[in-house]
Design a protein around this ligand. Structure first.
Ligand code: GDP
Ligand code: MG
Length: 439
């Protein structure tokens, strides 16, 4: 698969920009790659259309080759489609009641195994779980859950194979409330294919226990069918998330994309083996690189991102007069202004600023205090080379100075505008030159 994608990048290499003319071939390769990864064809179609829009609309960044830019766009779109972050299990929506999780899915997908895996996961997070054996159709199903429960020392509620699954679920919930459990996980029966009786039973269980979470268990090897499966379960039950099992196999995990795109609900966990420990939270970025063809692609993406950052910074540099003015100067200027009295008084003296209102002046002073706090939270290096300040640095500065990320962005914008203004004035600062004579 990653070969297909490399072909796509190669086709864009040596071009100076992404255009209608050269993108279609690259997109064809991406389409083929995703289909090979078992992403549903309808999902692929929509995905490709999104990537195409993004790629054609993308600003051409100097210093970044179109293939690098393209790979980044594909990767970002994958992340966007799968949700950018891991979504944790739902908490209980009903006070005094444990969180209730209903497991749903076809037979053999790994529901019973996932039930035990989740219980162990919760146990490791200091949550007490009760398991309910509501698959009464396969004689071995109850035994299987009890064996797994014993293995991880989590109790299993069962009323045998003659009881009604809806009653089992209801009684299990009663017991979970009485026993002050944190979570109840209800294992249910599956069929080999989607079938009316199975759906009706799940609906009745849902009505009886009002689960906080309905997890669709999907076998990653399901391939194209994952889409139809998800649609059928979601339309009938309204799933709140999914577990993708058997990712330890050699599938690329394209089903992840289908499940998410069709249901709009997040994949919360992945199963990576038969053992009860083999459960991991789902991380969209890891899955995106897996679907694209493993780590080497991720390295490419990172490299592309670096070059994009670098090119951005270089662009900014060009707009800079002499590169002399930095935040150290900025804060010096501000202190000087302060020592001279109010900002307002000063602004009124500046040419072209005569009509400034008192309100605007007060706002200006608040801004100034904020700016000081933000600059105070910058490292020396950041003050000297403001172009270094990327999103994660911005976030840190915002946290450090107790302002919003937006405030930091605004400060940087103001700062850049000031740099440009200085270029025009050609002096040692916005208040340089002429101001000196006032003191
Ligand atoms: P259910 O019918 O949906 O309850 O499925 P089971 O939990 O009984 O699992 C069916 C088979 O798949 C069993 O042999 C499990 O050991 C196996 N299985 C479940 N999850 C995984 C997984 O993540 N990886 C692998 N390799 N096998 C799994
Ligand atoms: Mg089962």
């Amino acid at each position: 698969l990653s070969e297909k994608l490399e072909e796509a990048w190669r086709k864009l290499r040596g071009q100076d920009r992404i255009t209608e003319g050269n993108i279609d071939e690259a997109l064809r390769d991406v389409r083929r790659a995703l289909l090979e990864a078992d992403v549903n064809f309808q999902v692929v179609k929509e995905f490709i259309a999104d990537v195409r829009d993004d790629a054609l609309g993308a600003e051409v960044i100097k210093g970044v080759t179109p293939d690098q830019q393209f790979i980044k766009i594909v990767y970002d779109q994958l992340l966007k489609t799968m949700g950018e972050e891991n979504v944790p299990l739902a908490e209980s929506q009903v006070k005094g009641r444990p969180a209730v999780i209903l497991m749903a899915g076809l037979q053999g997908t790994g529901k019973t195994t996932a039930t035990a895996k989740l219980a162990l996961y919760l146990h490791k997070n200091n949550k007490k779980a009760l398991l309910a054996a509501a698959d009464v159709y396969r004689p071995a199903a109850i035994d299987q859950l009890q064996t797994l429960g014993a293995q991880i020392q989590v109790p299993v509620f069962s009323e045998g194979a003659a009881a009604d699954p809806v009653d089992i679920a209801r009684h299990a919930l009663d017991q979970a409330i009485a026993g002050r459990y944190d979570v109840l996980i209800v294992d249910t029966a599956g069929r080999l294919s989607i079938d009316e009786a199975m759906m009706a039973e799940l609906e009745r269980i849902k009505a009886a226990i009002a689960p906080d979470e309905i997890l669709l268990v999907v076998d990653a090897m399901t391939g194209q069918e994952a889409a139809n499966l998800t649609r059928a379960f979601h339309e009938r039950l309204g799933i709140t998330g999914a577990i993708l099992t058997k990712l330890d196999g050699d599938t690329r995990g394209g089903a992840a994309l289908s499940v998410r795109k069709i249901s709009g609900q997040p994949i919360k966990f992945v199963g990576v083996g038969e053992k009860v420990e083999a459960l991991q939270p789902f991380y969209p970025d890891r899955m995106a690189s897996r679907i694209l063809g493993m780590g080497d692609v991720l390295t490419l993406v990172e490299k592309a991102q670096e070059e994009i950052d670098f090119a951005d910074a270089a662009k900014m540099e060009q707009q800079l007069l002499s590169g002399q003015f930095d935040f150290e100067d900025f804060i010096k200027q501000m202190r000087m202004v302060k020592s001279m009295g109010s900002l307002g008084g000063l602004l009124k003296l500046m040419p072209g600023m005569g009509k400034i209102s008192d309100d605007q002046i007060r706002q200006g002073e608040v801004q100034l205090k904020k700016a000081e706090a933000m600059i105070g939270s910058m490292t020396k290096q950041e003050r000297r080379s403001p172009d270094l300040i990327n999103v994660s640095r911005k976030r840190r500065i915002a946290r450090g100075s107790g302002v919003s990320l937006e405030d930091v962005g605004k400060l940087l914008n103001d700062f850049n505008r000031m740099r440009q203004m200085m270029k025009m004035m050609g002096g040692g600062g916005p208040f340089g030159g002429g101001m000196g004579g006032m003191g």
